[in-house]
Write a protein that binds this ligand. Structure first.
Ligand code: TYC
Length: 106
């Protein structure tokens, strides 16, 4: 390579992106749905038992579901949300109440 003094061979170079993005785990909302048959006290108990709410918090959220049709009762990782939904659905089924609990990606 006559005349070249910089050590390069003239080939195309690649610039590697070294900037890294922080990985945040996806979060899932757990939703409680209203129905006409599940007793209010049962829903309050579910919210205390599975979502660690005080009686006052649980009563307030239960009323929101009753009036609006649904409410977010917590936000969790996929595995925790899945477990909460399964626990609520199993508990409601064992007590023969039609209470529905679902999850959706935030
Ligand atoms: N609507 C029910 C009733 O009047 C109470 C209720 C509240 C049911 C919240 C489900 O997720 C629910 N007995």
């Amino acid at each position: 390579m006559a005349g070249k003094t910089d050590g390069s061979d003239g080939d195309t170079s690649v610039v590697t992106k070294t900037h890294t993005r922080t990985q945040r785990p996806p979060l899932y909302k757990v939703l409680l749905l209203n129905d006409d048959y599940t007793p209010m006290e049962f829903v309050v108990h579910v919210l205390e038992r599975f979502f660690g709410m005080t009686h006052a918090q649980a009563f307030e959220i239960m009323l929101t579901v009753h009036k609006k049709g649904l409410a977010v009762v917590g936000v969790f990782s996929f595995e925790v949300a899945e477990t909460k939904v399964a626990q609520v659905m199993d508990f409601a089924r064992r007590h023969q109440h039609p209470l529905q609990c679902t999850m959706e990606k935030e």
